[in-house]
Design a protein around this ligand. Sequence first.
Ligand code: NAP
Length: 229
Amino acid sequence: MSAQENGGGLRGGTVLVTGAGRGLGREVALRLAERGFTVITGMRRPEPLHGLEVLALNVADEASVRAAATEVKARHGHLDALVNNAGILLDGATGLMELEADVLRHTLETNAIGPLRMAQAFAPLMPKGGRIVNVSSGGGQLSTPAGWAPGYCISKTALNAVTVQLSEALKPRGIAVNSVCPGWVRTDMGGAEAPRSLEEGANSILWLLLQAGSELTGGFWRDGARIPW
Ligand SMILES: NC(=O)c1ccc[n+]([C@@H]2O[C@H](COP(=O)([O-])OP(=O)(O)OC[C@H]3O[C@@H](n4cnc5c(N)ncnc54)[C@H](OP(=O)(O)O)[C@@H]3O)[C@@H](O)[C@H]2O)c1
């Protein structure tokens, strides 16, 4: 099925979700599959997921991303949407003054450079109306500085900058690029104390695919509402 607009949202098409083996990525992938999308699940260690298409993909590895794009082009010829969901949080209990440069570098590589290299590799496969959804975090907001996980938060601020830059770069091709915060969600990363269920967190991400109009680009969103950078 090719991508079609449905009052703004996509109602079909081929979507690649990174980090789809667990957590929010898995939930988003399964929910899209329920709705009839062709879902490609990107995983560092590929494992079967309810019969969905699996793609070996490490977003922190240039060669892996390039090979994945070649594979998707061969299998499908195009991609309607990319959900840059894969992410790491390595410094939850670290204060900024103790943050090690290597931890920050590693975090940036996955959380900010990874989504950029994914967009560079996959945007050429996207038609007009294509969408890139960058799963960011309220921790990356400059307007509300977070007092936790400084490396992670810096990486999400950088990801938001990637979103704005990509949005401008891809506007002439009609590809929308946005950041979204899922809220604080009960996953391996979010922990058991988080107030939001997987379903609630995934809804925030899915809004940009299923409800938002393709003209919305270069924004930061949570639960379908714009939030400040
Ligand atoms: N949970 C929250 O409260 C919350 C809040 C705000 C934003 N977010 C964001 O939401 C996204 C998903 O978070 P989550 O809570 O679902 O986290 P999670 O449960 O820790 O899952 C993270 C996923 O990312 C994958 N991943 C990590 N590094 C990767 C790489 N280099 N290449 C490919 N995949 C990689 C992991 O794969 P492996 O299984 O191979 O490790 C895993 O599938 C992240 O971007 C996170 O920053 C989460």
